[in-house]
Write a protein that binds this ligand. Structure first.
Ligand code: AMP
Ligand code: MG
Length: 397
């Protein structure tokens, strides 16, 4: 049986970044940018005033100056500083002459003895000038290819005039949910039936991962119906097909054999992970298919361990890395011959320099969703269990 680490290595060779596309700036929120962004010109492109006050010559040393006009933001910069003995009223953001300018804050002045005169109570200074290129020089790299476009990054792009950034296409995912016992969340289950929670789980996880659920269907366990649904999913534009349930060796477990029948190359049908042992990874013509165990906690774990990793590769970013953390007090951890990915939550600890702490949550078995309401981490417990306090953790947020 393949280990989780071995499967990661294999998956990394199967997934390559999707093509990129130019899209309008606001639609690119949350996307991964596929090009570096260089400053097209100096930032700011001209000297600017950071205050309301008066512009005078840098060599102005006497207190009385004669006002001869006003500079407002948006007006072109005057070609030269005012002559000594004169001043321009200036407002925050106004463009300043390239040389010999100095400013006095409004608060450091008062009206002079005659109309049109201003008395400077402080020596003029350049402290409140935002010099040209003080934030970046033309050609400086301001955004790196592979960065996620946050609202702040969008604002920066807007300021640079980048209205159509080049971003990786979002991955498209199909989710085929199998199980004759399943009913929709809004249905009242009859005796023996349960509500389908995996459809909601995957839709939400994909939305958080920045991927599009482009096809979804729930089918009973008939092989023919499942085959028809899979054939239909393959006509969709999905880059990845996820099949929930039927990944094991029971009478109704058709996922592996159907994928093989449809010409998929099966890379693994089991992985040494608890929960999540029945896990099928397959590929055909650049498309990936995964058979995930139907048990909801196992579905969650397999998504985070494998599907999210592949989504990161498709999006052109590095997969989430494991972090080192201390195991806090929580549910008692038991060992297993398989490596365990134990649901847990990151525990706030505001002590400066303190280690990251994760608290293990109780779970009865792979069908137990109760931990998922608060779990934002999976703690890696080595095969056989652990007595160590220092653990590796896969963040799930
Ligand atoms: P399977 O992987 O199909 O053998 O299913 C394993 C267990 O997970 C069974 O008890 C199923 O009832 C349960 N299960 C399968 N699919 C879902 C689903 N979509 N939502 C909730 N539970 C499920
Ligand atoms: Mg089933």
């Amino acid at each position: 049986m393949i280990t989780v680490t071995e499967l990661w290595t294999r998956l990394d060779t199967l997934a390559a970044p999707l093509p990129s596309e130019r899209i309008p700036l606001f639609s690119s929120r949350g996307r991964i940018i596929a090009e570096p962004i260089l400053a097209p010109e100096d930032q700011p492109p001209f000297n600017r005033s950071a205050i309301d006050g008066y512009l005078v010559h840098a060599d102005q040393t006497t207190a009385l100056v004669t006002l001869f006009g006003t500079l407002t933001p948006g007006s072109p910069p005057p070609p030269a500083a005012p002559a000594i003995g004169t001043a321009l009223r200036i407002l925050t953001g106004s463009a300043l002459p390239p040389e010999s300018a100095a400013l006095v804050m409004q608060e450091d002045t008062r009206p002079g003895p005659t109309s049109g005169q201003i008395e400077l109570l402080q020596l003029p200074s350049t402290r409140h000038i935002r010099p040209r290129a003080s934030q970046a020089r033309a050609g400086d790299r301001l955004i790196t290819s592979g960065q996620r476009l946050t609202p702040g990054a969008l604002a920066l792009l807007a300021s640079l005039g980048v209205t159509h950034p080049l971003v990786y296409r979002r991955a498209r995912v199909a989710h085929l949910v199998t199980g004759g016992e399943l009913v929709a969340p809004d249905a009242i289950p009859q005796p023996g039936q349960i509500r389908d929670s995996n459809s909601t789980l995957i839709a939400a996880l994909l939305a958080e991962a920045g991927a599009d659920l482009c096809w979804h269907r729930r089918v009973a366990d008939s092989r023919t119906t499942t085959a028809e649904a899979l054939a239909d999913a393959l006509t969709s534009p999905a880059d990845i097909i996820l099949i929930s349930g039927g990944a094991s060796v029971g009478d109704h477990d058709h996922t592996g054999s159907l994928l093989a029948e449809f010409g998929f190359n099966i890379h693994c049908d089991k992985v040494s992970s608890r929960p999540g042992k029945p896990f099928i990874a397959a590929s055909r013509d650049g498309r990936l298919a995964f058979g995930l165990p139907g048990n909801p906690l196992a579905h969650f774990v397999c998504f985070h361990l494998f599907v999210k990793r592949v989504l990161a590769c498709l999006a052109g970013i590095s997969p989430t890395t494991l972090v080192r953390a201390q195991l806090g007090e929580g549910a008692a951890i038991d060992g297993n011959p398989r490596e365990t990915w134990w649901p847990a939550y990151f525990t706030p600890n505001n002590t400066p320099g303190a280690a990251i702490v994760v608290t293990p949550l109780p779970w009865r078995d792979s069908s137990d969703l109760t931990a998922l309401a608060v779990a934002d981490a999976l703690v890696r417990i080595p095969a056989g269990g652990t007595n160590e306090l220092a653990v590796e953790v896969l963040p799930c947020r």
